[in-house]
Design a protein around this ligand. Structure first.
Ligand code: GDP
Length: 200
């Protein structure tokens, strides 16, 4: 047995931007264009090592539709990092980032949102018809707290692992996670996954 930090990461963003696909790509290294829609929330665990630290990442996927707001918001508390996702071929999902940041900060009771570890993902970088430029996305991240920005593709895996690893680095840099230490089995370190409740 050895020690590993348990880190809770939550994925937020409009419905259809690719949150479930990003989680599926990262945890299972799969892309399925016919994934079932998330209803409320669900989570998967993945164990990994970043800069010599073993961590268990508990990734919470949420339903972005307005009608699911009351189902997802109770799960924001206790998050160590929030991944704000939009789709590069959907300008409205980019313009909604500020609302997602506000909703998360309110329900997670984050006192200083610009100091909290948010990571921004511009997903579907593989599509030809992008509506949001990299410059505009980087400017938004810079002007709204200096959040790291990644252009990802759940379809072809571009930058997906890098984005989650950056989330871990930001968490570990922002805090001493010793309060999150748990015992985990050292066997099967890379691919452990566990499906959580599909709904509350
Ligand atoms: P969610 O509602 O944010 O969880 O979005 P989903 O993961 O359900 O994805 C919505 C749609 O976008 C699905 O048809 C996915 O196959 C598609 N999709 C997700 N990520 C990507 C991507 O990186 N590239 C492309 N081309 N399509 C994607």
């Amino acid at each position: 047995m050895s020690k590993s930090a348990l880190l809770k990461v939550i994925l937020l963003g409009d419905g259809g931007v690719g949150k479930s696909s990003l989680m599926n790509r990262y945890v299972a290294d799969k892309f399925d264009s016919h994934l079932f829609h998330t209803i409320g929330v669900e989570f998967l665990n993945k164990e990994l090592e970043v800069d010599g630290r073993r961590v268990t990442l508990q990734i919470w996927d949420t339903a972005g539709q307005e009608r699911f707001r009351s189902l997802r918001t109770p799960f924001y508390r206790g998050s160590d990092c929030c991944l704000l996702a939009f789709s590069l071929d959907d300008g409205q999902s980019f313009r909604n980032l500020a609302n997602w940041k506000k909703e998360f900060s309110y329900y997670a009771d984050v006192k200083e949102p610009d100091r909290f570890p948010f990571v921004v993902l511009g997903n579907k970088v593989d599509v030809p018809n992008r509506q949001v430029s990299e410059d505009d996305a980087r400017r938004w991240c810079w002007e709204n707290g200096g959040h790291p920005y990644f252009e990802t593709s759940a379809k072809d895996a571009t930058n997906v692992a890098s984005a989650f690893e950056e989330a871990v680095r930001r968490i570990l840099a922002s805090d001493d996670r010793d309060d999150h230490l748990i015992h985990t089995d050292t066997v099967d370190l890379q691919q452990t996954s566990q499906r959580g409740p599909s709904c509350c």
